[in-house]
Design a protein around this ligand. Structure first.
Ligand code: SF4
Length: 204
């Protein structure tokens, strides 16, 4: 059996991240690591090394859906794999991300006051008043609320997709996966696409 390496346990960090948001919303800032590192690896190395080795969320889905049997293990439908859906979802996700940044800017500029809520699935607003945000500027806290909302929302979608289909089916339309896939494709050109982990492989 292959010996475990430190990066095989990054699922612990992913699970811990979700818990820490309940303790203090400011921990949400740590999620930026999961945004920047995959893009940097893809841009510098031209690989999906983050997805294949370092993504704690991917490992967590594999663990819950695979080892713990919480997945029906069915093939994902073709429409979920299609380019129009993956890129459409990426555009939608980026639009929501931009909206979150704009709200943060409005709070920074004093045009809006801090709203201590976490929004799930871009719809359901949960009051999150226990977070002590008095030590930081309101915009710093606003970003944390917005970013944690995105992270929780994408986790819920990932878990639903895991339960309905194969454990890592979320990876097929994960916005980070789509972005790194695109960067790798651009970096290598068409002939070298074989080096890039394809969405279909990601769902196995
Ligand atoms: S596609 Fe997304 S969830 Fe899956 S391994 Fe890559 S970054 Fe992680």
């Amino acid at each position: 059996m292959k010996a475990k390496r430190w990066h095989d346990y990054l699922w612990v960090a992913s699970a811990l991240y979700l818990v820490l948001g309940f303790i203090n919303i400011l921990f949400a800032w740590l999620g930026l690591i999961c945004f920047l590192v995959p893009l940097l690896i893809a841009a510098i190395q031209g690989t999906k090394g983050y997805c294949n080795t370092y993504c704690g969320r991917g490992q967590l889905l594999q663990l819950l859906g695979g080892k713990l049997g919480l997945s029906r293990n069915k093939d994902i439908p073709a429409w979920l794999r299609s380019s129009w859906f993956r890129y459409g979802f990426l555009l939608f996700f980026l639009a929501m991300f931009s909206n979150m940044l704009f709200t943060t800017y409005l709070v920074f500029a004093g045009a809006k006051s801090l709203r201590e809520v976490v929004t799930l699935l871009w719809t359901f607003k949960l009051p999150w008043h226990w977070a002590n945000t008095s030590l930081v500027a309101p915009w710093v806290a606003q970003f944390a609320f917005g970013f944690y909302s995105l992270m929780l929302t994408s986790t819920i979608l990932a878990l639903i997709t895991m339960a309905l289909f194969k454990p890592r089916s979320w990876c097929v339309y994960c916005p980070m996966g789509t972005m790194t896939h695109t960067i790798c494709k651009l970096k290598h050109g068409k002939d070298a696409v074989y080096e890039v982990r394809s969405p279909s492989q990601a769902a196995s």
